[in-house]
Design a protein around this ligand. Structure first.
Ligand SMILES: [Zn+2]
Length: 122
């Protein structure tokens, strides 16, 4: 079995084009996974694979459902039973979620609030 010597590698971000170092430590953690295509900054900004981000359009607390606006795509339905951590959503909240096909069309699951709309105080 050939022992592969790992060394820091310079890579270029697919999204913003800046160069970043893919360090040996990170390569080890990766364990055969493909090399990162995005710089650390873009990785922070973008949702992880399979997840999307959007902004809550409206949410009915009593009925426990609402809609999320997505960039360049139709609004997506969210039900209160698919919220992580928070009990309710508020208009303007920045959320991250996974889209699955429900009986009524696409819906958001494992929906997590990344940032609350700042102008709301209760
Ligand atoms: Zn980048």
């Amino acid at each position: 079995m050939a022992l592969q010597t790992l060394q820091d590698e310079i890579r270029y971000c697919e999204r913003c084009g800046i160069s970043f170092l893919w360090e040996v430590e990170a390569q080890k953690r990766q364990q055969g996974e493909p090399a990162p295509t995005l710089c650390p900054g873009c990785r922070r900004l973008l949702p992880p694979p399979g997840r999307e981000r959007g902004v809550v359009k409206w949410y009915n607390r009593r009925r426990r459902y609402g809609f999320i606006v997505r960039p360049g795509q139709p609004d997506v339905f969210v039900h209160g039973s698919h919220l992580e951590e928070s009990r309710h959503l508020r208009p303007g909240d920045l959320v991250e979620f996974q889209v699955v096909m429900g009986d009524q069309g696409p819906m958001a699951t494992s929906c997590r609030v990344l940032a609350h709309y700042p102008d709301w105080d209760e």
